[in-house]
Design a protein around this ligand. Structure first.
Ligand code: FAD
Ligand code: NAP
Length: 865
């Protein structure tokens, strides 16, 4: 056959294989096994000459896992679990490599793996609906599906050190360690880097070398692993019921069955906190500090207590105070760069032949032929070890020339950061899957668990497609954009983006700063992936002999912390409030208020009483710590005119006080059904008049008065503004209405869309309104301010609405109507929030920007002349 005919034949031919998998590490091995089991033809391409991936390449001295081996192992083969016994809690690299070799033998995997072969390029052929995969052997393989199991930490980064390449002595890279090992005896050795690889190798290199110099740019948090035989407790927990043990791992946050911290760091005394940290330290478990308290990875002050504790431990080990100081991390929060567990790392710096060079003080000027020159010194070495890390998560993927539809290069598509749906797939690249890709929990988890979950999802997807006679799958742009947003939303409420870490791509010059993994946890993530399948592959488009179809949509629309809150509430099985008596509903609100974080400290809190429309009203005044006088905000709590008090909205009032720098006076207006419409608004107006008249006595600036409220309280605030306008005073500088009740029309779309499942249900709104006002009264503008004859002349307004709130559309309508009437009104719609989430200070961190905007609006209103 002529070359032209051969090329034409191959161009028109269908796939030779169902699936090509790249990489023969933990992921590729299981993917191959799974595909075979499902009856697909598959081949693995691996650049190394054997299986193992990470554990093939990283043979540096001291290399071992940092997740206990019982956890960091496959669960798919019960027999394997029974027969393989780990010799240590944290197995060494050779033992893990033996394990993966054993798995390959046991399942006869090697016969379908092409070793010593690199995938150079992969092109999607739209006409033939297949991938053309070109390897370093010059061949091309046609496969229907293309799976990158290329690893998150498999492409070592080229050391970005001046003079790199000049050194005439021996150079080694932890991620590409020679198989025959390295003998450091009698040698002068430099190690550049103090990440996990360095922390593991330094103590062992120090044992052999004549001199060891460690070049440190950023000190890392590390603590003893207390390695040894697998503990009896761990063994018993696993052996008693391996299936239950694995199930618990899958349903955990990080893929290890560990009790998550539910209590916040400052909810306990300092002594209790320190005891918890001592316990975490003694456990030798990597994840123990992150799980010590619920807010370690989100609250800077909580995290700082861990940092202080661990710095204290470093000082207690390292004898030379200057070295101890240099080894103590100060530029990042604990956990925001991958922390380490070690064996005698800090002790090594007490040895006379080991020294530390702090590159922050004395940076590397150049690598030289003889060694390393820093700004102030010249060092001669026999060996330099580069422990400088990896181009993580995206490096191995984009280093292959991957082209999707219309020749789109993946490297170009991801030039500003990776965009994926579920971390598994990406638009424009049909039939492409990345195992533990960016946007999935991957490196924030026990990778063995995350790998198995991805492999099983891909296997299931391919089997479903085969059954439904579909042969092309691609995520939709809507689904992908929303997933990227969701991943970023998660990162934003954590401390992670604040560090210069490889999680952020910050270790590789020129790489975009994007938080690469998904922080939502393996449990939540697994549920999401399962939900996508259950909802008929939501967010995917398919094509094939059975025809084309697209199930466009977004799987995670709630903010991550709001979703967690709803899950927690569902687990508690709280009865719907409208099924309770009014007394029980009030008791319930009081009891839940007692369980929340308190909100920030303010300068002073004073409880008092002011004259309402029909008797005294309790109020609580929050004064800023700054010297006064301050502007005043009259605040009305939420609770459907039936429940609630100054206590229930206390954290929000503190937060508004601190952020706005204003005095907040939270007014306890009368409640229905005892005092029905218009008692609440009459009290509100009376309170505002009294506050305005007594501003100076309260420590405020006379004439500087704004109103604010949440839900029914926002209704009171809005009505008070109308009453004040109509009565000719008092002057109100502005109104901030958080998810206000403004009307009595239940036909708006937000009632249908969000009527159930988001705490404030349509049924509950009805219950509140029935208690508050007769149907005829509800149309009165004093109950439904949207129905006022005119909205002109009202104070400037900020109206905050939440996406998943039955009241959303009436809030938006009020903002629009105010603006139409010429009022300076701004509408702030909050994506992914529910009616009750914004007031939840220190619980719903994603609500902080809205709280900040509310405070900024109050500041602006009160500053206006
Ligand atoms: P890898 O094991 O990285 O395998 C990917 C394979 O793909 C490699 O063999 C590579 O050669 C091959 N490949 C890549 N590109 C190509 C190409 N273009 N053509 C052909 N072949 C290619 N995670 C944990 O959860 N717990 C731990 O304790 C832990 N310890 C670690 C220790 C070290 C030193 C490192 C570096 C990482 C560690 N990790 C740990 C993360 C670890 O990478 C994963 O746990 C897991 O091993 C990844 O498996 P994988 O199959 O996805 O990728
Ligand atoms: P790493 O964490 O990225 O550490 C690289 C180190 O090199 C850092 O200290 C870095 O400093 C330093 N460095 C990089 N470029 C430098 C330069 N130009 N000049 C000076 N210093 C430079 O890489 P790693 O140690 O190989 O670990 C990567 C990840 O693999 C780990 O986080 C972990 O997930 C995994 N791992 C796990 C284990 C385990 O215990 N099981 C062991 C090894 C690796 P900066 O911090 O200032 O960038």
């Amino acid at each position: 056959m002529s070359a032209a005919m051969e090329s034409a034949r191959s161009a028109s031919a269908g796939p030779e294989l169902d699936v090509v998998v790249v990489g023969a590490g933990f992921a590729g091995l299981y993917m191959l096994h799974r595909l075979r089991g499902l009856g697909f033809s598959a081949k693995v391409i691996e650049s190394a000459d054997d299986v193992g991936g990470t554990w093939y390449w990283n043979r540096y001295p001291g290399a071992r896992c940092d997740i206990e081996s019982i956890d960091y192992s496959y669960s798919f083969d019960p027999e394997l679990q029974r027969e393989w016994q780990w010799s240590e809690r944290y197995a060494t690299q050779p033992e893990i490599l033996r394990y993966l070799g054993h798995v390959a033998d046991k399942h006869d995997l090697r016969r379908d793996i092409a070793f010593s072969t690199r995938v150079e390029a992969a092109r999607w052929d739209d006409d033939a609906s297949l991938w053309r995969i070109r390897t370093s052997r010059g061949d091309e393989i046609r496969a229907r599906f293309y799976v990158m199991a290329t690893g998150c930490l498999s492409l070592p980064k080229t050391p970005d050190v001046p003079g790199y390449g000049r050194f005439a002595g021996e150079s080694y890279y932890t991620g590409r360690w020679p198989h025959q090992g390295v003998d450091f005896s009698g040698k002068r050795v430099a190690v550049i880097g103090t990440g996990s690889s360095a922390v593991q190798s330094i103590p062992i290199i120090a044992r052999q070398a004549a001199e060891l110099t460690v070049f440190q740019r950023t000190p890392n948090f590390s603590r003893p692993a207390f390695n040894g035989p697998v503990t009896d407790a761990k063994k018993a927990a696993f052996d008693t019921d391996p299936a239950a043990y694995r199930a618990a791992a899958r349903l955990s946050g990080a893929g290890v069955p560990l009790e998550p911290g539910l209590v916040r760091a400052f909810q306990v005394s300092e002594a209790e906190r320190l005891a918890k940290y001592e316990e975490a330290y003694a456990s030798g478990e990597l994840l123990a500090f992150g799980a010590a308290f619920a807010d370690i990875l989100s609250n800077p002050e909580a995290n700082a207590t861990v940092c202080d504790f661990l710095r204290g431990k470093i000082r207690s080990i390292v004898r030379d105070p200057e070295t101890a100081e240099a080894l103590s991390p100060k530029d990042h929060f604990y956990g925001t760069k991958r922390p380490c567990i070690d064996t005698s790392y800090f002790e090594t710096f007490n040895l006379p032949h080991v020294r530390l060079v702090d590159l922050r003080k004395d940076p590397i000027a150049s690598i030289t032929e003889q060694g390393i020159d820093t700004a102030t010194r010249s060092f001669a070495f026999d060996v330099i070890v580069f422990a400088t890390g990896f181009d993580a998560m995206t490096g191995a993927i984009v280093s292959v020339d991957i082209a999707g539809r219309n020749g789109l290069a993946l490297a170009d598509k991801w030039a500003d950061g990776p965009k994926t749906y579920l971390g598994l797939t990406t638009t424009g690249f049909p039939n492409f899957f990345a195992i533990t890709g960016p946007g999935s929990p991957s490196v924030l988890s026990n990778m063995a668990v995350s790998i198995e979950q991805h492999v099983e999802w891909v296997g299931r997807c391919l089997a479903d497609m085969r059954e439904q006679r579909l042969d092309v799958i691609e995520p939709t742009p809507t689904a992908e954009t929303a997933w990227v947003q969701h991943v970023n939303d998660g990162a934003e409420i954590s401390l992670f983006p604040r560090a210069n870490s490889w999680y952020m791509g910050a270790n590789v010059p020129g790489k975009p700063r994007v938080f690469l993994p998904y922080i939502g946890g393996v449990d939540r993530y697994r549920k999401t992936c399962d939900e996508v399948i259950r909802r008929d592959y939501l967010g995917f488009a398919f094509d094939g002999p059975a025809g084309a179809r697209c199930n466009d949509g977004v799987v995670c629309r709630l903010q991550p912390d709001v979703a967690m809150l709803l899950d927690a509430l569902a687990e508690l099985g709280v009865p719907p409030m409208e099924s309770l008596s009014v007394e029980d509903a009030r008791r319930f609100v009081i009891a839940s208020a007692a369980l929340r974080p308190p909100g920030p400290e303010v300068g002073e809190i004073v409880d008092g009483e002011l004259p309402g429309a029909a008797g005294g009203l309790a109020y609580r005044l929050y004064r800023p710590a700054s010297p006064g006088p301050h502007g005043i905000v009259a605040y009305f709590h939420g609770g459907g005119w039936v429940v609630g008090s100054a206590d229930s909205d206390d954290p929000l009032c503190r937060d508004l006080c601190v952020r706005s720098g204003a005095i907040v006076v939270s007014v306890d207006y009368r409640h229905a059904p005892e005092a029905r419409f218009p008692a609440a608004v009459d009290d509100g107006f009376a309170a505002v008049r009294w506050i305005a008249a007594n501003a100076a006595m309260l420590g405020g600036v006379p004439g500087k008065l704004a109103v604010c409220g949440w839900s029914a309280g926002a209704n009171v605030a809005a009505v008070v503004c109308q009453l004040a306008r109509d009565a000719g005073g008092p002057a109100i500088a502005g109104q901030v209405l958080l998810t206000p009740a403004t009307d009595c029309d239940f036909t708006r779309a937000s009632y249908a869309e969000n009527g159930d499942g988001y705490v404030l249900t349509t049924a509950l709104v009805r219950w509140f309104r029935d208690h508050y006002a007769d149907p005829a009264d509800r149309r009165n503008p004093k109950a439904s301010p949207l129905r006022a004859h005119s909205l002109a002349g009202l104070p400037p307004a900020l109206i905050v609405t939440c996406e998943f709130d039955p009241l959303r559309d009436e809030g938006a309508a009020y903002a629009a109507a105010l603006a139409a009437a010429g009022v300076d009104a701004r509408h702030l719609p909050c994506r992914g929030q529910i009616h009750t989430s914004i007031p939840m200070v220190d619980v719903i961190l994603s609500g902080a920007p809205a709280r900040q905007e509310m405070a900024a609006a109050l500041r602006r209103f009160l500053a206006a002349p």
